[in-house]
Design a protein around this ligand. Structure first.
Ligand SMILES: O=C(O)CCC(=O)C(=O)O
Length: 406
């Protein structure tokens, strides 16, 4: 969809602005948006009310609105059967302000909202399993020191923490020996997560970055704001494009952080500048460094087992850790089937990672290529579906290209 839009407007500055308007459009006016791109308005697609399309169908109407408006969404551990108030925690520089933001109760669910089939994301037992696996690999944590510190030249303790304790990173969890790899391999296709990932990066989604276990002890530095829609020189960072087209949400890189410990108001940890996935100007250094306007930053309050989904097009990062307990989280990035940002997939994922993986897990590890081209993909229920190329097609390609695929 993005390619189509860009192809029509070209890659010049004007085209870019028009395309950005398209990609930033909030789904509410697809007709006008199409008109802006094509020069001719297209009729609106049949909406769910008429039994037609149901874009981003794995998200409820509330989730779609919030993800599109804010650039992130917290999937809570326990989801009640009916829409419930959503708690948003704003963290100004000095103190925490908690704002309860009740959504209107609805007797009738909107027809475009998916049924609330996810009653829980990660149970305490699943969290305990992940934590035990991390503890078994404790010795592998590497602390970021000196030039590897993530707070850069910031002068703000909101980011630098005590000035010496670094964030600790641990990788390789998908290739850990049995049974430790299992709880992390399940993150690739957990039934409570697939509807979100399908709805935000599309069917055929793929693992883009290697999963990373993040640890912050008391006083540990955070990570300056990064990602974002606009490069430092003001150019559009199209590698991290976020957009809505005909009501369908897409982001080129989706961050997913599984919280393995509780994060209270003012504790620190993951933070995001809500709405910045649609920003048109580079994020100034003083903001990236959390030296100014930290009251605009949002550090969500989460429980162990909650999952934060965010568009990498939003400026996001990590606040220094203030709480007595240690923060542990697992961050994973997913991309649409045909895109890659990271390069760990090439020439191949590591053999330890691939060994013993199920078809469903291997489907998520496919390299970038279009879903149409014989790609194994995950169904919404977590089962894997084989590619759909016919033998006739493969034989023909073999004849023409000396390869089953072009
Ligand atoms: O601390 C977090 O949850 C976010 C970390 C992050 O964005 C990163 O490591 O790229």
């Amino acid at each position: 969809m993005l390619r189509g839009a860009l192809g029509r407007v070209g890659a010049g500055a004007l085209g870019r602005q028009v395309a950005r308007g398209v990609m930033s459009g909030a789904g509410g006016a697809p007709q006008g948006v199409n008109g802006a791109v094509n020069g001719a308005a297209r009729p609106a697609p049949p909406g769910p009310a008429t039994g037609g399309r149901n874009p981003s169908a794995g998200l409820t109407g509330e989730e779609k609105f919030l993800f599109d408006a804010a650039g992130y969404f917290v999937a809570r551990q326990v989801r009640p059967p009916h829409p419930a108030p959503l708690t948003i925690v704003a963290v100004p520089s000095s103190s925490s302000v908690r704002t309860d933001n009740p959504l209107p109760a609805r007797e009738d669910r909107p027809s475009d909202a998916a049924p609330r089939r996810r009653t829980q994301v990660f149970s305490p037992a699943e969290v305990a399993e992940m934590k035990a696996a991390v503890e078994a690999h404790e010795a592998g944590f590497a602390e970021r020191k000196d030039g590897l510190r993530l707070s850069g030249d910031s002068t703000a303790t909101t980011l630098t923490g005590d000035g010496s304790t670094g964030r600790k990173d641990l990788g390789g969890c998908l290739g850990w020996p049995e049974p430790y790899c299992q709880p992390f391999r399940r993150l690739l296709h957990h039934p409570g997560l697939i509807p979100y990932i399908h709805s935000i990066v599309g069917s055929g989604y793929r693992l883009d970055h290697m999963p990373l276990i993040i640890r912050q002890e008391k006083g540990a530095e955070g990570f300056h704001l990064h990602g974002g829609s606009t490069l430092e020189n003001g150019d559009w960072d199209h590698s991290l494009t976020y957009g809505v087209y005909n009501g369908e949400i897409r982001t080129n890189l989706l961050g997913m952080t599984v919280q393995l410990t509780d994060v209270g108001p003012g504790d620190g940890g993951f933070a995001i500048m809500p709405g910045s996935h649609k920003a048109n100007f580079p994020c100034p250094k003083s903001l990236k460094n959390m030296e100014q306007y930290t009251d605009y930053l949002l550090q969500p309050e989460t429980k162990a087992g909650d999952v934060v989904f965010f568009s990498e097009a939003a400026s996001h990062g990590t606040m220094a850790w203030n709480a007595d307990h240690t923060r542990t989280a697992c961050i994973i990035r997913f991309a649409p089937s045909y895109l890659a940002y990271g390069r760990a997939y090439t020439p191949e994922w590591s053999p330890e990672m691939l060994e013993g993986m199920t078809d469903a897990q291997r489907a998520v590890l496919q390299p970038p290529y279009h879903e149409r081209l014989d790609r194994p993909v995950l169904n919404i229920d977590g089962t894997a579906q084989e590619g759909k190329y016919s033998t006739m097609k493969k034989n023909f390609n073999e004849k023409v290209f000396k390869n089953k695929y072009y």
